[in-house]
Design a binder for this molecule. Structure first.
Ligand code: NI
Length: 170
């Protein structure tokens, strides 16, 4: 699927709830998983492929004792509801497939509770921390028209916006 990039109004629009998990939604999820894998991402939200629907894909990534990176199975979250953020926050450098070539540090809660539907329509309750918590918060922001650069400190944001302007992304 074609990615939407910074400057595209679809990335700034709130996505709609998914009323029914139809075959079209299942197909969308599969296509989004393929797109995320093709771009080596750990998350992708529907607005990033031009669909204003409350669905995102995410996966874990970790390093083993030998320093080798591993990726977890892609998961699908439909109509996610985030709650109970930890009071403790952590800073981590983030990137986004819709803002290619730039990265910036963002402070977010260390843990988050996520309630979401899977592709069968079953509601799942999950507690995430570390990278998975971060990815869920980053992708859920996309469903509300929010980008990670909105959450960086203003100086970082200015730097990133200058870089994006210079790059003239597609
Ligand atoms: Ni993103």
């Amino acid at each position: 699927m074609l990615l939407r990039y910074y400057g595209d109004p679809v990335l700034r629009t709130r996505a709609e709830k998914i009323a029914e998990i139809t075959p079209d939604i299942v197909k969308l999820a599969q296509d989004m998983i393929e797109t995320m894998i093709a771009h080596n991402g750990v998350g992708l939200a529907a607005p990033q492929v031009g669909k204003l629907l409350r669905i995102y894909i995410f996966r874990d990534e970790w390093q083993d004792e030998q320093g080798e990176y591993h990726l977890g199975e892609p998961q699908v979250a439909i109509n996610p509801e985030l709650s109970s953020p930890s009071r403790e926050s952590v800073e981590m450098v983030e990137g986004c497939l819709s803002l290619p070539g730039v990265r910036a540090s963002v402070s977010r809660p260390r843990k988050i509770h996520v309630r979401y539907q899977n592709l069968e329509g079953t509601w799942i309750d999950a507690d995430f921390e570390g990278l998975l918590a971060r990815v869920n918060m980053h992708e859920n922001d996309h469903l509300n028209g929010v980008l990670y650069i909105d959450r960086t400190d203003p100086r970082d944001r200015q730097k990133v916006e200058e870089q994006l302007r210079r790059m003239k992304i597609p």
